[in-house]
Design a protein around this ligand. Structure first.
Ligand code: ASP
Length: 363
């Protein structure tokens, strides 16, 4: 077998996040050029017997062979500026998607190094923005920087490279702490543990133990749409967690222009207060074209029309979001709202799109 066939070529985007951070006077912060130095000094991530290459200004790194004998040769594209993911906005999602689009045909797959705080939002958004995706896109990061002796970045990064190269599933995924999750199903559920992410309503796509166990039953049918990057996102979206005693004034202020879409995080299976003043405010906003999408504030489960109080919300025009995570709901709202004017979609069509699974994000 030729040496080329014994390699897979990946592009790794370094967007920022703890994995590549260094400790500065005001705490951990991204540091330009630091990650490649750490990788070069980590023999599992770059084989010291291979000379670090360069292509279009990007370092080209090579892993030692995996158990199958395959090496991963990857280029590292560092974003400018590197960001703590708490500083991301929708324009960054668009840039990440465009970058993947630019290189889609050139590489076997992509790894996106990203901060953990908003990784689930980015993973959800990319899954919707990359139509007809034919390559794996794996987001990962860490809770402890790679530069530290004891860290989770090495396992996460090496696992993401191995999965993207050797078990390529053509969708946007999030790999963390031995679990490969569907990106638009993932949520950060733990700020302290290295097991920071969960996919509350579907099992992992793969679990990495002694072997890599891929759950074939979860595979999506291939996305047959022509490859296209959709970057039209409406930034006027928000989420509101319902709480006992929420006043109509607070809700009305929330729903004022420029807001166009609201993820309403409700109790249990989609319940909220059945109060005339609250329902009037919701009806008025819906009448102005605001999309209000109902998801449960419980970590697991779905919105169902089981209770009178839940039905009252639906009758006021609140859209049932099934078992969407809050992150996926926010990203999907931004996408539908971003396209509705150009496409001339009626409210019925917008609701239909929100309630129809695009890339496995809802059951
Ligand atoms: N604040 C960091 C970030 O999201 C946290 C992390 O990466 O774990 O960029």
């Amino acid at each position: 077998m030729s040496s080329l066939a014994r390699e897979r070529r990946l592009l790794v985007f370094h967007t920022g996040g703890t994995i590549g951070m260094r400790e500065g006077p005001r705490g951990f912060a991204p540091s330009r050029g630091a990650l490649v130095q750490t990788i070069a000094a980590t023999p599992q991530l770059h084989d010291p017997s291979v000379v670090i290459g360069e292509r279009d200004g990007r370092p080209v790194l090579t892993t030692p062979p995996f158990a199958s004998g395959l090496r991963v040769r990857y280029e590292l594209l560092e974003h400018e500026p590197l960001l703590d993911s708490a500083n991301l906005d929708l324009s960054h999602w668009a840039r990440f998607a465009e970058d993947i689009g630019r290189f889609h045909d050139e590489f076997d797959g992509f790894v996106v190094l990203h901060g953990t705080d908003t990784m689930a939002f980015t993973a959800s958004a990319l899954s919707f923005m990359l139509e007809g995706l034919a390559k794996p896109v794996v987001l990962t990061g860490s809770q402890i920087p790679l530069v530290r002796l004891r860290n989770d970045g090495l396992d996460n990064f090496l696992g993401a490279l191995g999965l993207a190269a050797l078990h390529p599933i053509p969708e946007v995924m999030l790999y963390f702490h031995h679990k490969l999750l569907r990106g638009n199903r993932a949520s950060k559920h733990d700020a302290s543990s290295l097991d920071a992410f969960d996919s509350p309503n579907v099992p992992p796509l793969a679990v990495v133990g002694i072997d890599v166990e891929v759950t074939e039953a979860l595979r999506l049918s291939p996305d047959e749409r022509p490859f296209r990057v959709c970057t039209e996102l409406c930034p006027h979206v928000a989420s509101l967690r319902i709480y006992p005693g929420i006043t109509a004034e607070v809700l009305a202020n929330f729903l004022r222009p420029p807001l166009e879409g609201l993820v309403l995080e409700t109790y249990g299976s989609g319940n909220g207060p059945e109060r005339a003043d609250i329902l009037d405010v919701l009806r008025e906003a819906v009448g102005r074209g605001v999309l209000v999408l109902n998801v449960t504030q419980c970590p697991r489960g779905e919105v169902r029309a089981d209770y009178q109080v839940g039905r009252a919300l639906a009758e006021a025009g609140v859209i049932a979001g099934g078992d969407l995570t809050s992150e996926a709901a926010m990203a999907k709202l931004a996408l539908v709202l971003g396209q509705r004017a150009r496409e001339g979609w009626s409210r019925e069509e917008q609701v239909r799109r929100l309630q129809t699974p695009i890339r496995g994000e809802m059951s």
